[in-house]
Design a protein around this ligand. Sequence first.
Ligand SMILES: C[S@@+](CC[C@H](N)C(=O)[O-])C[C@H]1O[C@@H](n2cnc3c(N)ncnc32)[C@H](O)[C@@H]1O
Length: 376
Amino acid sequence: MKNDGSSVTSALGKLLAQQVERAGGWLPFDRYMAAALYAPGLGYYANASRKFGALPASGSDFVTAPEMSPLFGQALAAQVQEALDATGTREVWEFGAGSGALAQQLLDALGKRVGRYTIVELSASLRERQQQALAGWGARVRWVSELPERIDGVVVGNEVLDAMPVKLLARVGGTWNERGVALRTPGQDAAAPGQPPSLFQWEDRPTELRPPVEVAGAHDYLTEIHPQAEAFIRTLADRLQTGAAFFLDYGFPEAEYYHPQRSAGTVMCHRAHLADPDPLDAPGEKDITAHVNFTGIAVAAQDAGLPTLGYTSQGRFLINCGLVERMEQASLGERTAAQRLVAEHEMGELFKVIAFHKGAFWDALGFRAGDRTHTL
Ligand SMILES: C[S@@+](CC[C@H](N)C(=O)[O-])C[C@H]1O[C@@H](n2cnc3c(N)ncnc32)[C@H](O)[C@@H]1O
């Protein structure tokens, strides 16, 4: 999809404005984010724009690890193989498969050891793209849009939890509010020169909701809570009968997430490989994300009967899974790209891996050195 740059006239803008009106003039941010990303045909993940890719020239907005280097999937495959063996299962389930790059890498590496590869995909346009990319695998790969009652196998999700809608909480003048979206009052917040004004503005309403840990101090503070990601993990805990689940994403344990100095929250938008902090501008034309509170995810899983197998940085996890040995066999270009997956100032430290197990615990490959479960 080519962006026309006009958020005012976009069909999604109109749909969101109707939703705000129908909700009585104020929409909680999680409902705004859900529609901006997933409204059928219009939301960022539901429309036909390219989204994933290495460079802006491709028309893409951001790069993810499997797009950056196939060594990502090859290293993860070593962990998936071990998990299939440890849990006695033969199926892989991937949530939110993007362009299909990770599925290709895992299937190439694991071959016949995967009996069936199921992709759970919300977006019809991404599903189509994945079907083209994975056509060569025939009936071994299938797609579902909802979770079945029972899953046995190894689940993977790369940058899926950060794409789940969050609620915004704002402490202003010592009072906690839920931050939501209202229609813009004409004449207020003039747009940047040459830009159409946004249809929307922020509006805070007092709330009983609180961050999961007290935020020290009395200063103004904006943050997020993640009820949808936690509900997603509870559902997974319920449906996974035998197996394990691995989620890779950017975020922190809650003590870091709700640190008094992190006072502007983590919501961020991505378009043409640039980040901006304004989700009210140009909905549908850019990705909206929030960092993951890994403690919240681990607690939700644990309470629902899905204990943690391990938690560590992406860099440590991939090195444990043999990334360095794979890099030694690769070309200089491939090594440079793969280095970004583990370098501390790139994806190696901000990105984490959390895993869960249904069935007996085992000392999983990716967490054998440098496990940080105790920090959750
Ligand atoms: C940032 S993209 C990551 C795509 C891909 N995994 C990658 O690494 O390139 C987020 C993906 O998560 C998907 N997603 C979000 N919530 C989901 C859910 N509840 N079930 C399945 N997929 C979901 C989105 O549709 C989108 O494809």
